[in-house]
Design a protein around this ligand. Structure first.
Ligand SMILES: Nc1ncnc2c1ncn2[C@@H]1O[C@H](COP(=O)(O)OP(=O)(O)O)[C@@H](O)[C@H]1O
Ligand SMILES: [Mg+2]
Length: 258
């Protein structure tokens, strides 16, 4: 029995613009284990979003393959892989509860069931009492919590998160990171998380794939063995942060923020 959830095999991807091609990814391979918190880090433009979109089945790579549970990915698998973007992308005319339950409505679940599942998820992301408010009435951090609850509503195996806290202030970002790890421990989902924050990667992850640009490729994978729950200020986590910094610097890739 293999504990591999996602296998990315020799992915190369180029975007064509007119007559030229931008080589966004070159020969990227990795394995994400079942239940793992796996992070992809690297400078802006190194191909993190491209890679995540390929794993989501939203982009077909120029070459290479992705396997989920051993089966080759041929397109999006909405019930299995759910996406959380940097912007929450909520429907402004729907309440928190109706945003969370959106996917369930699409699946044709009866209203009573939608409301009960939706309420549980709203509670899970710490928004109890806000069920009937509208996105415009919430802070950025609260909106992102709604987006996470919405992604969880269809009970996917995997959460793909592309810089989900990137638009938030540092304190909110840290707070949501802490809550995300709690949520991950309770739900036992596999998470593939993209960030360009070294601290965030060090604090959240089981393993971190470090990328470089031109060509977009993986320069190394590091394992974070610190016990959970973690303290973001602990020497262990700081050490991982320094290690990431060193890896990027050695490759001339240190121009990343945070
Ligand atoms: N739709 C697109 N068309 C053309 N080039 C793109 C497109 N999306 C991304 N790129 C280019 O591919 C490279 C990788 O982009 P991206 O995956 O967004 O990187 P990251 O998420 O790490 O910032 C960049 O050079 C970017 O400009
Ligand atoms: Mg990106």
């Amino acid at each position: 029995m293999s504990d591999t959830k996602i296998r990315v095999e020799s992915i190369t991807h180029g975007y064509s613009i007119g007559n030229s091609t931008i080589e966004a990814l070159k020969d990227v391979s990795l394995n994400v284990r079942q239940g793992e918190f796996f992070t992809i880090i690297g400078p802006s433009g190194c191909g993190k979003s491209t890679l995540l979109n390929i794993i989501a089945g939203l982009i077909r790579p120029t070459s290479g393959k992705v396997f989920v549970d051993g089966t080759e990915l041929k397109g999006p698998m909405p019930g299995k892989l759910a996406y959380v973007f940097q912007q929450p992308l909520l429907l402004p005319w729907r309440t928190v509860l109706d945003n969370v339950a959106f996917g369930l409505e699409m699946q044709g679940l009866p209203k009573k069931k939608r409301v009960s599942v939706g309420k549980q998820l709203v509670e899970l992301v710490g928004l109890r009492g806000f069920e009937y408010m509208y996105p415009g009435e919430l802070s950025g951090g609260m909106q992102q919590r709604v987006a996470i609850a919405r992604a969880l509503a269809v009970n996917p195996d995997v959460l793909l998160m592309d810089e989900p806290f990137g638009a938030l202030d540092e304190q909110t970002r840290l707070q949501l990171g802490i809550e995300l790890t709690k949520l991950w421990m309770v739900t036992k989902k596999t998470i593939v998380f993209v960030t360009h924050s070294l601290s965030e990667a060090a604090f959240l992850s089981d393993r971190i794939a470090v990328m470089r640009k031109r060509p977009g490729s993986i320069i190394g994978i590091i394992e974070v063995n610190a016990e959970r729950p973690r303290d973001p200020e602990s020497p262990e986590i700081q050490k991982v942060r320094s290690e990431l910094w060193k890896m990027l610097k050695e490759q001339g890739q240190e121009n990343i923020i945070v």
